[in-house]
Design a protein around this ligand. Sequence first.
Ligand SMILES: C[S@@+](CC[C@H](N)C(=O)[O-])C[C@H]1O[C@@H](n2cnc3c(N)ncnc32)[C@H](O)[C@@H]1O
Length: 226
Amino acid sequence: MNPILSHPIPHRRRTAAQKSNFNPLTALVYEDVWRKRSLSILSRKPFPLQQELDLLRSWLSECKEGVLLDVGCSTGVYARGLASGFPAAKITAVDMSELMVKQALKRADREGVKVEWVVADAISLPFEGEAFDGICMGGTLNELGPDTQVILEECGRVLKKDGLFFMMFLLSSEKPLGRLLQRFLSLGGLRFWTTLEAESLFSRAGFEQVRFEHYGVVAFSLLRKH
Ligand SMILES: C[S@@+](CC[C@H](N)C(=O)[O-])C[C@H]1O[C@@H](n2cnc3c(N)ncnc32)[C@H](O)[C@@H]1O
């Protein structure tokens, strides 16, 4: 039996940033070359992955025996971190890139953690309404392009009332060099927000921001569904 549940990916216009995730080389090197260092590089202070996973588990601790979903999981950094930290929870992870999900499965098998891996577009999550106690999304928000608002609402649909949503995303930079770099990255479809813009984005999708921390442009929000 295929341990990956695959759903058809609708033909939509994809940004260059999204398309890069369908490249086998990206899937192969994403975690070891980029993800393990990404927050240290972006926040310009030592920020090991372990610290990020500790924050994820601490903010989602009320869901430790619940049903959790990682949206835009790539190689499953968050999903695997939740599966190892919350052994009584049921973890599902979804990404539209099958190559990324295959990498995630390989890594999970190596680590001996159990996650249900799903290939699907988050614009239409293949889950019933209110199926999850908690959701997490690590870095994917900046990559959703014109679908950002709709996908946040879709996450709200599958999250239980009062459920928690852990989000790591990148703020717009206040530094001239950072602004220049982000303007370049936005040509590839990436989006960045100020803290106020992000809060309003979350609020329009039906979430209240209950915790917020940021380290330079690296932001963490904990949202609760109304
Ligand atoms: C920046 S990576 C984040 C990876 C992961 N969350 C982490 O913490 O390392 C963004 C991922 O989101 C996925 N993605 C982008 N748009 C998506 C969509 N509409 N539906 C599902 N996955 C999507 C991409 O394929 C990519 O693997």
